[in-house]
Design a binder for this molecule. Structure first.
Ligand code: HEC
Ligand code: HEC
Length: 449
């Protein structure tokens, strides 16, 4: 019997309240393959079991287990890929468009299931949107509208203004489809893009409004609070989403039901980095497919037998976009520290402290020993093990240090609020006995990385 038989197809019509996250699209065809003993990807599996347990069990028993193919997971795709990326202007423009504006069809979740278009239209004014950390792209606002905002002639407390901003494609990371009937705009569809969590703006117009900074994590964004606005989320889950706070997101909560939120990481400075994520799950395209399909709820394929996930949705709106998206991310360089922000003499002394105490793991130009596959047990760096235990590798990657000046707080869980806290942490857990001056010097050096 071919393994293909362990795939069942179901057409799902209508919504099932408790299968909120990861619910298949209303009209599209989705197939899910289930591995034996699988307890993850619970919402989909619960739905799947209800619909088709009878179909699946005999096949699993016949010895057919979920298998992930490299093409689907991207796991064997080249990671430190700058050399293999197509960096032509055309491809980079494609990748940028995907990063900023592509929803991969995730309106199937944010609109059809989560009803976020209604939430926004009914109650999210620009003032509220800015308060939960959403950013506005000043370059997408026509000059006369900008002038009207400056002069206080635009009502920033009206949800209708948010709909107008969405119509202008000016809200970073949100993609709205606005229809106009009888002279009135209404928000018909809403989806999210990569830029939601991995872009911010430079506040050049006003706080929260400015030029885009792609790759800079949005540490103001309260993703959990935004998701919790959905009427389709049961209250127990809302409580968890509301507990995360700004700048954090748990990319596995909807799969294993646990909650150990991660700091939103920068997406820049990765050109020579082999494996992405705090736990080095795989190269960039692996993780992009994971996020696009399982978190953004885009319409595409993702499979990883280590996690027991195998989602197939036809047509695949994710896979064909991954290569250009990767090129674009690899082209994003870590921003250098602002001029005049580094004190050169202590920074030079700090470099020797770093070479002595830190460079055994933070090696080479990327500042990580993971390019050779190395991982670290949480105890080696005094880290909380809870997140790692939920992942395929169960250990942490030495984080490639890049633009540290830019993205406090640090560590996967944000447990160090500042670089001083980072140094104090290592001094304590690795018994470094650093003097106060060495600590200050080391901080000054870290700001240069
Ligand atoms: C809802 C917020 C959110 C969205 C949307 C999102 N990400 Fe992420 N991203 C995260 C979080 C949280 C992590 C950290 C995961 C980890 O390290 O385990 C992450 C990790 C990453 C990393 C790894 C960074 C590193 O240090 O290795 C890259 C690259 C990345 N995302 C790119 C993307 C791309 C491309 C998209 C769109 C396809 C996207 N992300 C969509 C939240 C998001
Ligand atoms: C035993 C290997 C090891 C040593 C030695 C080590 N690190 Fe790390 N470093 C790691 C790992 C692993 C992480 C990821 C920890 C996490 O977030 O869970 C990390 C994360 C970091 C981060 C967080 C980066 C970010 O963007 O969040 C900083 C900063 C850092 N280390 C600085 C240092 C400094 C300074 C030293 C020397 C005092 C040092 N490290 C020594 C392995 C090491």
């Amino acid at each position: 019997m071919s393994c293909a038989h362990s795939t069942f197809r179901t057409r799902t019509r209508g919504r099932v309240a408790e299968t909120v996250i990861g619910l298949p699209p209303k009209e599209a065809t989705m197939s899910i393959r289930i591995a034996s003993g699988l307890s993850i990807y619970a919402p989909i599996v619960r739905l799947a079991r209800r619909v088709a347990l009878v179909l699946v069990v005999p096949v699993v028993m016949a010895g057919c287990v979920a298998r992930s193919t490299p093409e689907e997971t991207g796991r064997t795709a080249t990671g430190a890929g700058a050399a293999t990326d197509d960096l032509s202007p055309q491809t980079l423009a494609d990748g940028q468009r995907t990063f900023r504006f592509e929803t991969f069809g995730d309106e199937q979740f944010w609109t059809d299931t989560a009803r976020m278009h209604e939430v926004v239209q009914q109650g999210v004014s620009p003032a509220t949107a800015l308060k939960v950390g959403l950013k506005v792209d000043a370059d997408a606002i026509p000059a006369e509208v900008a002038q009207a905002i400056k002069e206080g002639r635009v009502d920033l407390n009206s949800p209708a203004t948010t709909v107008t901003l969405l119509k202008l494609n000016a809200v970073v990371g949100l993609k709205g489809t606005v229809v106009t009937a009888n002279g009135k705009d209404s928000l018909a569809r809403l989806g999210i893009t990569c830029a939601l969590c991995h872009s911010t703006v430079d506040n050049s117009f006003s706080p929260g409004i400015g030029h885009r900074k792609d790759g800079w994590p949005n540490r103001d964004l309260n993703v959990g609070a935004i998701i919790a606005l959905s009427p389709a989320i049961p209250s127990a889950k809302k409580a968890v989403y509301n507990s995360w706070g700004p700048g954090k997101y748990d990319p596995r909560f909807n799969i294993d039901g646990k909650s150990t939120p991660l700091v939103l990481p920068p997406a820049y400075g990765l050109a020579a980095v082999q494996n992405e994520t705090y736990t080095a799950e795989g190269p960039i395209s692996y993780w992009n497919a994971y996020v696009a399909v399982t978190q953004m709820h885009g319409h595409g394929n993702f499979a990883d037998s280590r996690l027991g996930i195998d989602i197939r949705q036809s047509p695949d709106m994710v896979g064909p976009k991954l290569a250009a998206l990767r090129s674009y991310q690899h082209s994003l360089e870590a921003p250098p520290p602002p001029a005049g922000s580094i004190d050169a003499v202590p920074a030079a002394r700090g470099r020797s402290v770093f070479d002595d105490k830190c460079a055994s793991c933070h090696i080479g130009a990327t500042n990580t020993d993971n390019n050779s596959g190395k991982l670290h047990a949480p105890s080696e760096t005094g880290m909380d093990a809870d997140y790692a235990l939920r992942t395929a590798n169960r250990m942490y990657r030495t984080t490639p240090l890049r633009a540290l000046w830019q993205h406090a707080p640090y560590f996967h869980d944000g447990s160090a609020a500042s670089l001083t806290d980072v140094v104090e942490h290592y001094n304590r857990v690795r018994n470094l006995s650093l003097s106060d001056q060495q600590k200050r010097d080391l901080v000054e050096y870290l700001k240069t990385l």
